[in-house]
Design a protein around this ligand. Structure first.
Ligand SMILES: [Zn+2]
Length: 269
């Protein structure tokens, strides 16, 4: 599933690509014909991300709301490329086309609906940076959920997915079974600060790379290979990059999570 950094990046790319002239919107698949007709021919005013939600604002007051979910994709194509019949929505300027497939949500909403949608979301590290720390700390220190579950809850922190939850907890050395309410204020702040740094880097590089120069043993760039890019995620059985203990895989909130049993001390340690 795309995490918040991808959606923020998409919001920026869509804006720079589609702003300026009228956009044709249609649904090659046919499942979004009515929705597309509400924005067809409109100008894109702006597009913005809140966590994993994307909102595109049009000059007739309509707002396109997209959540990619597990398998959704929003990608840019050459204007000449004909859409396949799996495309839910195609947005065309006179020079480029964006195609949406397999979204969890694709709808046209008004401002009231938009307010409702964002009211359900916790602070987004990419929107708020340092300013979100207080709000996040209050929320996380108040939950009895283990961190592995809490970090996926979009009303606690918006934009974190399965990769970042494993990586953040590894980096700050906290076990995913530890409950939010058992953190110190400093630890809670550290989670937020780490999320801000990692998501910003993810957005700039358009991929998730969390290892640092020190742990990687070389220069880390956006070309760093996937197998060298992460500490814990999908590394079960591989040696921890810091202590060489094999990384362990577990299931939390219905999804796999990875951690180092030595660097990340458990709740009873
Ligand atoms: Zn370790």
């Amino acid at each position: 599933m795309p995490e918040g950094h991808t959606i923020h990046r998409l919001a920026e790319d869509l804006e720079s690509d589609l702003q300026g002239g009228p956009i044709s919107a249609f649904s090659p698949q046919g499942r979004f014909t009515d929705g597309a007709s509400l924005i067809n021919g409109c100008l894109l005013l702006r597009s913005e991300a809140w966590g994993k939600h994307l909102f595109c604002w049009w000059d007739n007051g309509s707002i396109l709301h997209i959540h990619l979910g597990l398998i959704g994709k929003l990608r840019k194509f050459k204007i000449e490329k004909q859409p396949s019949e799996t495309v839910r929505l195609r947005l065309e300027s006179n020079s480029t086309a964006w195609q949406l497939t397999g979204p969890q949500t694709c709808s046209v909403i008004n401002e009231e609906d938009w307010e409702y949608q964002i009211s359900k979301l916790g602070p987004d590290p990419l929107r708020l940076g340092k300013r979100g720390k207080k709000q996040f700390s209050e929320k996380i220190l108040n939950t009895s959920l283990p961190l592995g579950s809490a970090l996926l809850k979009q009303d606690l922190i918006a934009g974190i997915g399965n990769v970042y939850r494993s990586e953040i907890l590894f980096i700050i050395g906290i076990h995913p079974e530890i409950a939010g309410k058992n953190l110190t204020k400093t630890e809670a702040d550290k989670i937020w600060d780490t999320a801000v740094v990692l998501l910003r880097k993810g957005k700039n590089w358009n991929k998730i790379i969390t290892v640092t120069h020190d742990d990687h043993g070389g220069r880390v760039t956006k070309k760093t290979l996937r197998e060298n890019a992460l500490y814990a995620y999908k590394r079960s059985g591989f040696p921890c990059r810091r202590c060489e203990t094999p990384i362990i895989q577990n299931t939390m909130a219905g999804r796999s999570i990875w951690f180092c049993p030595s660097c990340q001390k458990g709740p009873n340690a």
